[in-house]
Design a protein. Structure first.
Length: 217
């Protein structure tokens, strides 16, 4: 089993609820499926560029303009996407470690998504729709937020963004472990909430190892 871990949190682990969820998740994976290959991408160590005009031309113009061949500059501008897309396409599970910022995802994750979720990178696009080039079976979101959120909370723009963007490229299995209420000065039970999310991350790892471990070589 191959897991791609994308981390979009700049904080050290001791200060980051999301990274603490990731520690729980990957510790359990290592215990239950020691042969799992885990690739870690820290977006703050390897930041994605904004999607440029030349990269857009290189990825999208061949879809809309018959016969368009990317120029050397267009191909150069798409190099980051191709590199990251290869890691994505070879993964069975993608794990996103993401804090909620201003009710959505950090911009650095959106930049990564704009690069990787592009035609000819992780899918081909034609009149019939998107045809995946990847083998990803499961998406995991490990999230945290200062405030508390109920299910389908209208203030939550993070999980819909993740769900909808990845469904568009053929990934429909999304599991979430979320440590909400992490504003300690507001919520006296913030530690308990984090502990519950850590337990959920642990259970998700157990579920994934059981479901995919025997099916994926």
């Amino acid at each position: 089993m191959n897991i791609l871990h994308i981390c979009a949190d700049p904080k050290p682990t001791e200060e980051s609820a999301t990274k603490q969820l990731a520690v729980a998740f990957f510790t359990k994976i290592a215990q239950l499926s020691p042969d799992t290959n885990i690739t870690n991408v820290d977006l703050y160590e390897n930041p994605p560029p904004y999607l440029s005009y030349q990269a857009i031309r290189g990825f999208w113009y061949p879809v809309f303009i018959e016969g368009h061949q990317p120029t050397e500059l267009e191909s150069k501008e798409g190099a980051y996407a191709i590199e990251q897309g290869k890691l994505f396409n070879e993964s069975d599970v993608v794990v996103l470690t993401v804090p909620m910022w201003n009710y959505s995802a950090p911009g650095i994750l959106k930049s990564w998504m704009d690069q990787v979720l592009s035609p000819s990178v992780t899918y081909n696009l034609d009149k019939t729709g998107a045809r995946p080039l990847h083998r990803v079976k499961r998406l995991v979101l490990l999230a945290s937020s200062g405030d508390t959120f109920k299910e389908e909370d209208p203030r939550d723009s993070l999980s819909p963004l993740i769900r909808d963007a990845f469904q568009a490229v053929g990934i429909y299995e999304l599991s979430i472990a979320w440590a909400d209420g992490q504003y300690e000065f507001i919520y006296s039970d913030s530690e308990q909430r984090k502990a519950m999310a850590v337990e959920a991350a642990d259970e998700l790892a157990e579920e994934i190892a059981e479901e995919l471990g025997s099916a994926v070589s």
